[in-house]
Design a protein around this ligand. Sequence first.
Ligand SMILES: [Zn+2]
Length: 84
Amino acid sequence: MKVCPRCGAERELEEFARDASKASGFKSFCKACDNEKSRRYYEANRERKLAKMAERREALRGGDHRGRRRFGRPRSGPHAAART
Ligand SMILES: [Zn+2]
């Protein structure tokens, strides 16, 4: 049995995910806590990412890249030649 320091519950070792990098061979938090932890991390990370993307979008809209439109219509090419 092993006590999860997060939820304080005493659980069977199989309730803890394996982690080869840990001396004990198991993660210190139980699977339930670990899942929640990584979910929160993921959510926090996602929000940060979204915020960053919005920031960049604002910067682009600010006019710094006004000259960088898509390429204009091709002036020459098979169609232009065929029309003459
Ligand atoms: Zn726990």
